[in-house]
Ligand binder design. Structure first.
Ligand code: MYA
Length: 217
């Protein structure tokens, strides 16, 4: 899907849910700003992975705490309404401009399917090299939600998301991810997705997405 199409479908999501449609012109600084924000989210994700892996000494912990508190103080007065924010609203970027779920790099996307790769860094570790069991449905909701809301479909919300954990999902490896639309019935759409480590099926999910009625939040 092109960036223009993704943006058009997101604009529809927001206009139908009562928010002013999001436009790329909401982002200040054009292309230069676009690249900079993507770099910021990558740097933040990298920081979280390194933090999760490290055993810092007290001096470094104190110094990091001070730096982070300084950034929070600087950002505090810059808070804007949800519709004017950048974080998580950059559907033109693989990361969507957020770090809550890992970045999904899509190699193929059509109206009813998407496939690509996902990499869970150390930040998403549950234990013994396996991704946390809550991070996996988070990633599934991300890819299924994006697919459900793509291609000019009406805005939808997840009604249920069922995940089966078939084998551990390893941290620190590039994994295959696939999502596809299974059925449509009125306002209801069922979508499925899988994560593979090579030939091994790690996890699979089924989600029901329900198209929102006008004015529904
Ligand atoms: C700018 C950037 C924006 C980014 C956006 C894009 C990227 C996003 C990426 C991230 C994306 C993240 C996305 C997210 O995470 S969305 C956040 C998580 N989801 C929610 O918060 C949803 C909360 N629930 C609701 O709002 C309502 O319950 C909904 C809207 C879902 C339905 O309530 P509504 O009052 O409207 O409809 P209805 O109750 O008459 O139901 C309608 C039909 O559906 C059937 N049904 C309903 N529930 C279930 C169920 N659990 N199992 C089986 N069936 C169920 C029901 O039987 C009926 O069927 P039928 O009798 O007609 O046959």
């Amino acid at each position: 899907m092109t960036a223009e199409r993704a943006e058009a479908s997101v604009a529809k999501v927001l206009s139908d849910t009562g928010e002013r449609p999001w436009r790329s012109s909401d982002l200040h600084g054009g292309d230069e700003y676009s690249a900079t924000y993507e770099d910021l989210t990558h740097a933040l994700g990298d920081f979280l992975d390194r933090l999760a892996e490290a055993r810092p000494d007290t001096e470094l912990i104190e110094s990091m705490t001070e730096s982070l508190a300084g950034w929070a103080r600087e950002l505090g007065p810059l808070a804007v309404r949800e519709r004017d924010r950048v974080f998580g609203r950059r559907t033109d970027l693989a990361s969507r401009g957020q770090t809550m779920s890992p970045t999904i790099e899509l190699a193929e996307i059509s109206d009813d399917s998407a496939s690509g790769t996902v990499y869970f860094g150390s930040y998403f570790l549950g234990g013994n090299g396996a991704v946390h069991g809550g991070a996996i449905p988070l990633m599934f909701d991300e890819i299924l939600g994006r697919l459900a809301n793509a291609s000019g479909r009406p805005p939808q919300r997840t009604a249920y998301l069922h995940t089966d954990y078939r084998s551990i999902t390893p941290v620190g490896r590039t994994l295959g991810v696939r999502a596809w639309l299974c059925s449509e019935d009125g306002r209801k759409r069922i979508l499925r997705a899988t994560i593979h480590d090579g030939e091994t099926l790690c996890a699979e999910a089924e989600g029901l997405f329900v198209a929102l009625k006008p004015g529904q939040p």
